[in-house]
Design a protein around this ligand. Structure first.
Ligand SMILES: Nc1ncnc2c1ncn2[C@@H]1O[C@H](COP(=O)(O)OP(=O)(O)OP(=O)(O)O)[C@@H](O)[C@H]1O
Ligand SMILES: C[C@@](O)(CCO)CC(=O)[O-]
Ligand SMILES: [Mg+2]
Length: 388
């Protein structure tokens, strides 16, 4: 049996990090995807009864005899696909041993978290069956565009599609969307994978990758936003790698040291997100109104960036992007966990293309990578047996 799932990355317009501490955040899917192809073998098909994970973008393959996994994770021989379960510290240790055996190159050490999430989701949803999983992605790892979430969502979707937990038309040709109920199940499993990679995620990344569009998110609850503004965002990748888990932990540690001050910071971010949501959805009768609303958006982005600085997740490379875009009277803010990674710049509707080209040339001369991604598209989708 074979299935392929694809899940989008994301940008966070406001509220990153504060959302982990209960504030409202706004996120949108982007048209960059992670794709997971899953092929399950019957016993006779896969002679060595192997579980193989191929990460095409980093040209790394991992392989375990199914018997080795069954021996290491005996309690997982019967899958629980309908009941998303957290990976306990005890299971984490057993999985870490299976990952350790693969001798991941030092340069790719960060992948250990992703491979651990893979083993947990595979064994919990499908049990110890021989399979080959091939992963490809448009998303840069560790850049703030939700690569970990897109990986966990696409993987959970592919595994569930071939489990008995969801009902899908296996003969459907082309990409298929799950039912709302099944999307909830995909999202809950993906969140368990994100916990392995992020440590203490809010759930916003996997939620927007699962459901797509643009959402407000607070304490696990999402609502869909219907923008009345043509939001055009330039995404600049500083190419400064960082680790979301460490950055999220750093904000929590600062909160322990300064509880009252950080509570005020998180409350201010909550207000910014709620105000942003109202502006983005308010009726836009004419161009003047659009320009006025974009000016308010820019001011709120600037305020959010200042509060992210308070949280300690800035970086010199992010400052360089802020200063460079400011020369063109444009407003930017980091997106995702910060500490490097990606920065958003709002491109006003009336901004001339020639100016956009100059801004991009200026940023690329700093060694950064720029793209204008489509935002607010579909969430996770599935297709079967290699159908186009
Ligand atoms: N395609 C993939 N295959 C395997 N592992 C992946 C893949 N994409 C992401 N990961 C895992 O997720 C890690 C990066 O996750 P991290 O949360 O640090 O960054 P991000 O998700 O890109 O940024 P942010 O969480 O700020 O949006 C990688 O080091 C790897 O462990
Ligand atoms: C930094 C953070 O708020 C967003 C990362 O994309 C972490 C999370 O919410 O899980
Ligand atoms: Mg992530």
């Amino acid at each position: 049996m074979e299935a392929t799932a694809r899940a989008p990355g994301k940008i966070i317009l406001s509220g990153e990090h504060a959302v982990v501490h209960g504030s409202t955040a706004i996120a949108a899917s982007i048209n960059l995807y992670t794709q997971v192809n899953l092929r399950i073998f019957d016993d006779h098909e896969n002679g060595d009864r192997l579980l193989t994970l191929q990460l095409k973008d980093v040209e790394l393959d991992f392989s375990w005899p199914v018997g080795r996994i069954r021996e290491a994770l005996p309690e997982l021989s019967t899958p629980s696909s309908s009941s998303p379960t957290a990976c306990s510290p005890q299971f984490m240790k057993l999985i870490a041993a299976l990952v350790e055996e693969q001798d991941i190159p030092e340069a790719n050490a960060g992948l250990a978290a992703g491979v651990s999430a893979f083993l947990w989701l595979y064994a919990s949803i499908l049990g110890c069956k021989p399979a080959t999983v091939i992963v490809t992605s448009d998303l840069p790892f560790g850049a703030g565009l939700g690569s970990s979430a897109a990986f966990c969502v696409a993987l959970s979707a592919a595994l569930l599609a071939l489990s008995d937990a969801v009902s899908l038309d296996l003969n459907h040709q082309g990409w298929l969307t799950f039912s709302e109920t099944d999307l909830e199940l995909v999202n809950r499993w993906a969140f368990e994978g994100e916990k392995i990679i992020h440590g203490k995620p809010s759930g916003i990344d996997n939620t927007v990758s699962t459901f797509g569009n643009m959402i407000t998110f607070k304490l696990g609850n999402l609502s869909c936003i219907k923008p009345t503004l043509p939001l055009r965002m330039l995404i600049t990748n500083t190419r400064v790698g960082r680790n979301t888990k460490a950055l999220v932990a750093g904000v929590s540690e600062r909160t322990l040291r300064h509880p009252d001050a950080m509570a005020s910071v998180f409350s201010a971010v909550d207000s910014i997100s709620r105000e942003l949501s109202v502006i983005i959805q308010s009726p836009a009768p004419d161009d003047l109104a659009i320009t006025e609303k974009e000016a308010k958006l820019e001011e709120l982005m600037e305020m959010n960036q200042g509060l992210l600085q308070c949280m300690g997740v800035g970086h010199a490379s992010i400052e360089t992007v802020l200063q460079t875009t400011l020369k063109y009277k444009l407003t930017s803010k980091l997106t995702g966990a910060g500490g490097g990674g990606c920065v958003l710049t709002l491109l006003p509707t009336l901004l001339a293309t020639s100016v956009v080209d100059k801004v991009i040339a200026d940023l690329e001369s700093c060694g950064f990578q720029c793209l204008i991604a489509g935002i607010g598209g579909k969430g996770v989708e599935i297709r079967f047996n290699g159908s186009p």
